[in-house]
Design a protein around this ligand. Structure first.
Ligand code: ADP
Ligand code: MG
Ligand code: MG
Length: 195
C-alpha cells in the first residue's frame, strides 16, 4: 500500500487539525510528566504547516513531507520539534525518486526519531507509537486497536528519555504527550486509509 500526494496531503492536514483541537489535552499530559508545553509547541507547528501549504501547495510527496519537516523544526521548539522534523525530513528524502510502501515510509520516519533522539522503543516516548504502527503496517494489521494498545503500553512504562525521565518511577501511569500527538498523526492516517 502506497500513499499518493492527494492522500498524503489529507493525512497531514487532518493531523494539523487534531493538533489545533487538542492543544489542551497535550499540554495537560505534558504538565503531569514534563513542562506542560507540548500542546502549545505542536499547535505552533500545526499553524506553520498550514501557512507553508497556503504559501506553496506541495507539488510532490517530497515537497509535502519537507514542508512539514521545516515547519516542525522551525516552529515547534522543545524536544519534539527536531524529532518530528527529522522523521518527516527523512521521509521526504526517501520519496524523492520513488514512492515507497507506507510500511517502509513509517519505518524510515521511526528510524529518524531513534537516531535523532538517541532512543528506542520502551523508553516511553513517541517511538512507542511509531514503531508498533510501522510493525502493524508491515503485517497488514494496522487499525485503531494498534494505536490504543500502544498508548496503553506507553502508560505503564517508566520514562528513560526526555523530561519525563527526571520523574523516574513516578512517570508510570501517565500517557507520554509525544506518544499522544503521534497517536493523532496515525489516527489521521487511519481516516485517510478508510476513505
Ligand atoms: P520538551 O520536553 O522539550 O518540552 P515537548 O514537550 O514538545 O518538548 O515534547 C516532549 C515529547 O518529546 C515527549 O513526550 C517524548 O515523546 C518526546 N521525546 C523527548 N525526548 C525524546 C527522545 N530522546 N527520543 C524520542 N522522543 C523524545
Ligand atoms: Mg514539554
Ligand atoms: Mg518545553
Amino acid at each position: 500500500m502506497k500513499l499518493e500526494l492527494v492522500d498524503a496531503k489529507k493525512w497531514i492536514t487532518l493531523f494539523v487539525e487534531k493538533l489545533e483541537n487538542n492543544q489542551t489535552t497535550l499540554n495537560e499530559l505534558d504538565t503531569a510528566i514534563g513542562d506542560g508545553d507540548h500542546g502549545t509547541n505542536m499547535k505552533r507547528g500545526a499553524e506553520a504547516v498550514t501557512a507553508a501549504f497556503e504559501k506553496k501547495d506541495p507539488e510532490t510527496l517530497a515537497d509535502l513531507y519537507k514542508a512539514t519537516a521545516f515547519a516542525m523544526i522551525q516552529k515547534v521548539g522543545g524536544a519534539s520539534g527536531p524529532l518530528y522534523g527529522t522523521a518527516f525530513l527523512d521521509m521526504s528524502k526517501a520519496v524523492k525518486t520513488d514512492n515507497l510502501e507506507l510500511a517502509d515510509l513509517i519505518q524510515i520516519g521511526t528510524d529518524g526519531l531513534k537516531r535523532r533522539g538517541e532512543s528506542d522503543t520502551g523508553m516511553k516516548t513517541m517511538i512507542d507509537v511509531w514503531q508498533p504502527v510501522s510493525d502493524a503496517l508491515k503485517a497488514d494489521k494496522f487499525d485503531q486497536s494498534v494505536i490504543d494498545s500502544a498508548l496503553e503500553n506507553v502508560k505503564g512504562l517508566v520514562a528513560t528519555k526526555g523530561r519525563a525521565s527526571y520523574l523516574e518511577e513516578k512517570s508510570k501511569g501517565h500517557i507520554d504527550p509525544g506518544a499522544q500527538s503521534s497517536a493523532y498523526l496515525f489516527e489521521s492516517l487511519i481516516e485517510v486509509l478508510g476513505e
